[in-house]
Design a protein around this ligand. Sequence first.
Ligand code: FAD
Length: 270
Amino acid sequence: MGSVKTKVVLIRVTDEAEGLIASAGKLCYAHDSQKVFQMNSNDSGQFVQKLMQMGHESPIEHVVFTFYIEGVSRAMTHQLVRHRLASYSQRSQRYVDHNEFHYVVPPRLQGKTVEIDGESIDAVVYFEQTMDLIAERYAKLQDALGQKGEKSNEDARYVLPNACETKILMTMNARELLHFFEERLCIRAQWEIRSAAEQMLKLVKDVCPSLFAKAGPKCIRLGGCPEGTGSCGNYEGIKRKYDPEYKSEVKQDIIDLPCKASSKSLHVND
Ligand SMILES: Cc1cc2nc3c(=O)[nH]c(=O)nc-3n(C[C@H](O)[C@H](O)[C@H](O)COP(=O)(O)OP(=O)(O)OC[C@H]3O[C@@H](n4cnc5c(N)ncnc54)[C@H](O)[C@@H]3O)c2cc1C
């Protein structure tokens, strides 16, 4: 039992992914369909980028990515599975007992204190003590339920926290993955899912550089932030981070303004 951190592994990608997308795109305009699948894949990257610029995105749905994600909380996967155009397999809290569950500690607790009866207790220590207490109560409830295994796990788990670690396998096609990045790389998304999204982006950029060349939060595609008062106020900085071709015309000292999102934007309800 102890704290864990997000780890994402790219388990599988469609073979010759960008070549397949190029073939799918070219098939739409080809008289000789056989040639489309025998193409030299050297020009695939350029063709994929052209498709993306044209907004012709259905060909990219033929490519799928399977990620194994661990070291994340149930709070995070509750947000993740809201993305409906994907397939998920998640470790069960019924079939797997959670006597020694791991958990995720929100980093912002570091350096904070909890006041109890005039005493200041380190917030991380307090959080960990709470996890230990829950584990103890979970075990007692399992005993009360009379047996080990599925029948006791399934009801004892009601006391497990959102922080409880889970493991999940997710398969998503490239089009939905780009949408997922638009939503979850935005500073408005919570830190934990954002951290997983950052790891995923790095992994897929290595295997499909053209497809994900300009992937990022939605402000990159929209050319500005639609979040109104929830904006991070750092569009230039975000653009520089995610769009390698971006040439800023704004002076450096303006770009480096601290992000205005701060605590307000990090407390969305998702
Ligand atoms: C910062 C942030 C805060 C959030 N806060 C909350 C919150 O407080 N409460 C809450 O409930 N949710 C919240 N969400 C979750 C959000 O509402 C979506 O459920 C989630 O982001 C999944 O994205 P999506 O709906 O675009 O679609 P996905 O499931 O990823 O689907 C992709 C796209 O397919 C299309 N699509 C999918 N299913 C349908 C359908 N049935 N009908 C029509 N079109 C469809 C849509 O165009 C959709 O955008 C939040 C999300 C973010 C990023």
